[in-house]
Design a protein around this ligand. Structure first.
Ligand code: PLP
Length: 386
């Protein structure tokens, strides 16, 4: 099968030529002074992206390695943990929390909805035993977001630790790690940053380190250990294991582009692309998956499908017939996702996605007004300036 003409999936995303050039640059020995400088610079740039002075740990492996390693490091057996569930990644976090020996508390809402700050506040008032709150900032499989700007400071003010999956959150929404008092955040490179899949970007507060050091169950001398990175790399300049040199080079190139564009501008570009996509989808007669506009993510627009049209069939048809790779619901529901993430957030990408989806749904027997949808998207696009 030929390559797709457009990859509009929800990560990994299409990367720019400059990022590809980074990925293709020479592979140096990991203790070559030039690579050591690259690694340290990249760490600093990740800190800028997170807007934090906290320690930055770059683990090799997809973001899951960071999410699992960090959670295992923080969860002290018997600890009371409140997990917010509004999608499949939040649900999965809950299985880990219980598995790692914590007492699991959960607030769960439908996957088209969001846990509100008021619900969290009420739960914390009623359960003073809660020591940590876990949440997913942006539930990529269903395209909803959580109000981290409200929940983060609420936890900080109560002395409660926060563990946040922001794999597709950072750069797709405003992100202020220090201002909001977020203790442990994990991002990936292959979502809004437009980098390679294969690195976990982690910020760790002093409070989070204190909890890990006091935790006898925290992994040490392990691929999942954050303490190893703190002691060996940050402490002694020795890597716990060889970093993927190419991924680091690609990551730095992607970060350079984001920082040159400006963090706020990148976020605004995602928001503008989301607005174009939503306007087009609505005018086409499609129903957005998210219950309300406020909780719809800026990096991916989820469309609710009728029961008789299967989401995986929609994805496969768009790829096969129109050469456009979309994402299906990944178990979150009968939905299809038009992604506007990283380099595909902006310009005509949304229009291409809408055209492919609209015609696919028509081919599958659904009545959609493709023309009206594309007109609405283009009309809004014409008011935006690059
Ligand atoms: C992409 C993503 C991850 C990483 O999971 P994969 O299944 O390895 O892609 C974790 N959390 C969120 C919210 C994500 O979007």
């Amino acid at each position: 099968m030929a390559h797709p003409d457009f990859t509009l999936s929800a990560g990994p995303v299409t990367v720019t030529a400059r990022t590809l050039a980074g990925l293709g640059s020479p592979i140096l020995y990991h203790y070559d002074p030039e690579f050591l400088a690259t690694f340290r610079r990249t760490q600093g740039k990740v800190g800028q992206m997170f807007q934090t002075d906290n320690d930055i740990i770059l683990m090799q492996g997809e973001a899951i390695v960071g999410l699992e390693g960090a959670l295992r490091s923080l969860i002290t057996p018997g600890m009371h943990v409140l997990n917010l569930v509004q999608g499949v990644f939040g649900k999965g976090t809950g299985y880990w929390i219980a598995d790692f020996g914590a007492v699991l508390h959960e607030i769960e809402v439908g996957y088209d909805d969001a846990v509100s700050p008021a619900q969290v506040e009420e739960y914390l008032d009623a359960h003073p035993e809660i020591q940590m709150v876990c949440l997913v900032a942006s539930e990529t499989p269903s395209g909803t977001v959580t109000d981290v700007a409200a929940i983060g400071p609420m936890c900080r003010d109560r002395g409660i630790l926060t563990y946040i999956d922001t794999v597709s959150g950072v750069l797709g929404m405003p992100w202020k790690t220090d201002e909001w008092g977020l203790d442990l955040c994990v991002a990936g490179a292959q979502k809004c940053l437009g980098g390679p899949p294969g690195v976990a970007l982690i910020s760790v507060s002093q409070k989070a380190w204190d909890v890990m050091y006091a935790n006898p169950a925290a992994p040490r001398d392990s691929y999942l250990s954050l303490i190893d990175w703190k002691e060996k790399w940050l402490g002694e300049g020795r890597f716990p294991y060889t970093p993927s040199v190419s991924d680091m080079n690609g990551l730095e190139a992607a970060l350079d582009q984001a920082l040159e564009e400006g963090i706020d501008a990148v976020v605004a570009r995602h928001e503008a692309a989301a607005a174009v996509t939503r306007a087009g989808a609505r005018a086409m007669g499609l129903e957005l998956w998210a219950k309300s506009e406020e909780i719809a993510s800026a990096c991916v627009t989820s469309i609710r499908l009728p029961d008789d049209i299967d989401n995986a069939v929609v994805r496969d048809h768009a790829r096969e017939v129109y050469g456009v790779m979309l994402s299906h619901g990944q178990g979150a529901g009968n939905l299809v996702r038009l992604s506007h993430m990283g380099p595909t957030a902006g310009g005509l990408h949304s229009v291409v996605g809408l055209a492919a989806l609209g015609r696919t749904l028509a081919d599958l027997g659904m009545s959609v007004d493709i023309g009206a949808g594309l007109e609405a998207a283009l009309a809004l696009l014409s008011t935006q300036r690059r």
